[in-house]
Design a protein around this ligand. Structure first.
Ligand code: ATP
Ligand code: MG
Length: 332
C-alpha cells in the first residue's frame, strides 16, 4: 500500500471545523487503501509559546479527538512526534541543505510572525517548514493529504528530497501533495476572508469540535454574512455565505450547486439554522466519545506508545542511511 503522512499541531485545546473538513475527514477515508501515518506534531506547536502543562494535555486530547473522529489506531499509525527522535535529527540535516532565501519565501512564516511581531517570532517558527519536510521524508511518504494552506510546504519537501538525492544518492521518495478541493478551506466565521486557525487571536469565529452543541449553534447563527439575501457561492462577493455553504456541503456530503438550488428564494435565517443543525449532528457524538476516552489517559498513552514504536523503527533505519550518506559518524 502507498504510504501517506499527515499531522496536526496540538496548538489549542481542541480541533476546529477547518481541521475536521480539511484534514480528518479526508484521512478517515484513506485508511484502507493506504499505509497511513497520522502524527500529532508537538515539535511544531512549540515554535510559538505554549504553556508546558497545557501542551501535554492538548497533545493527549488531540490523540483522543483523532480516535473519536474516526482514525483507527489498529489500521493507522498515530503517534506523538516528539516520541520519535528521528524527526528532529532529520530536520537538522535538511536545515543544512536549505537556502536561507528559500526558507524566507515561506508565506506561513510571514503571516504568523507578523501576528507576533518580527522580533518575537522564533527561529523555530522560521524553520518549521523544514521540520515538516523531515516529518514527510522520514517515512518514504508518497502522498501528503493537507489543506491548501500547506501546499507551499509540501513543495519545499519535494525540492529538498530531490536536492538530497542528487547530492548524496537516492535516499528519499519524492512526495506528492494531495490538496483538498477549494471548498475544503474553511474561513473564520467572524472574518470570513481569513483562514480559521487554532492559533487565532480571538475565538468568536472558530467552531471548536469540543464546543458544547449550544455554543456551536450560536457561533454559526452569528456568523458574518453580507447584506444581500441570496444563498450563493461566491468567495469574492459573499465570503461569509460561501464559507457556510462549504461547511454544509462537507457535513452533508452534497455539492454546493445542489445546496444553492435548495435554498433558492429562502433567507439566511433558514440556511444558518440548517448549517448549525448539521454541524451539531456531526460533532455531538464525536464530542461525547472524546469525553469518554479522556477518562482513561493511560490507555491513550499505551495506544500512542505502540504506534510510536513502529514509527521509531522506520525512522531509525532512515536516519542511519541519511547519516551514512552525508558522512556523519556511524551511530553507536
Ligand atoms: P495553527 O494556527 O496552530 O497553525 P491550524 O488550525 O492552522 O493551527 P494545523 O495544525 O496547522 O492547524 O493544520 C493541520 C491540518 O489542518 C493541515 O492539514 C491544514 O491544512 C488543515 N487546516 C488548518 N486550518 C484549516 C482550515 N481553516 N480549513 C481547512 N483545513 C485546514
Ligand atoms: Mg496551521
Amino acid at each position: 500500500k502507498p504510504r501517506i503522512f499527515s499531522g496536526i499541531q496540538p496548538s489549542a485545546d481542541s480541533l476546529h471545523i477547518g481541521n475536521y473538513i480539511g484534514a480528518i475527514q479526508q484521512w478517515k477515508g484513506m485508511q484502507d487503501d493506504f499505509d497511513a501515518i497520522f502524527c500529532i506534531v508537538d515539535l511544531h506547536a512549540i515554535t510559538v509559546p505554549q504553556d508546558p502543562k497545557g501542551l501535554r494535555e492538548a497533545t493527549r486530547t488531540l490523540a483522543v479527538q483523532y480516535i473519536a473522529a474516526g482514525i483507527d489506531p489498529e489500521r493507522s499509525t498515530m503517534f506523538v512526534q516528539s516520541q520519535v527522535p528521528g524527526h528532529a535529527q532529520l530536520a537538522w540535516v535538511l536545515n543544512s541543505i536549505t537556502g536561507f532565501g528559500e526558507a524566507s519565501r515561506m508565506t506561513q512564516f510571514k503571516d504568523k510572525s507578523a501576528r507576533q511581531g518580527a522580533d518575537a517570532a522564533s527561529v523555530g517558527l522560521f524553520t518549521y517548514p523544514i521540520l515538516m519536510a523531515a516529518d514527510i521524508l522520514l517515512y518514504d511518504t508518497e502522498l501528503v493529504p493537507v489543506g491548501d494552506d500547506q501546499k507551499q510546504h509540501v513543495e519545499l519537501a519535494r525540492d529538498l528530497a530531490q536536492r538530497f538525492n542528487s547530492r548524496f544518492g537516492d535516499t528519499f521518495v519524492v512526495p506528492k501533495p494531495r490538496i483538498q478541493q477549494e471548498t475544503a478551506r474553511i474561513y473564520d466565521l467572524q472574518t470570513p476572508t481569513g483562514k480559521m486557525s487554532k492559533s487565532a487571536a480571538t475565538d468568536a469565529g472558530i467552531v471548536w469540535m469540543l464546543d458544547e452543541p449550544t455554543a456551536v449553534a450560536k457561533k454559526i447563527r452569528s456568523a458574518v454574512t453580507d447584506t444581500g439575501r441570496e444563498v450563493r457561492f461566491d468567495r469574492g462577493e459573499k465570503p461569509g455565505v460561501s464559507n457556510l455553504l462549504a461547511i454544509l456541503s462537507a457535513m452533508r456530503g452534497t455539492t454546493i450547486e445542489s445546496l444553492e438550488a435548495e435554498y433558492e428564494g429562502r433567507g439566511y435565517g433558514d440556511f444558518k439554522r440548517d448549517v448549525a443543525d448539521a454541524v451539531v449532528a456531526e460533532f455531538a457524538p464525536i464530542r461525547e466519545r472524546t469525553i469518554e476516552l479522556q477518562a482513561d489517559p493511560a490507555e491513550v498513552d499505551r495506544i500512542l506508545a505502540r504506534s510510536a514504536e513502529r514509527a521509531n523503527e522506520l525512522a531509525t533505519a532512515k536516519i542511519a542511511t541519511v547519516h551514512e550518506r552525508v558522512g556523519l559518524y556511524p551511530s553507536l
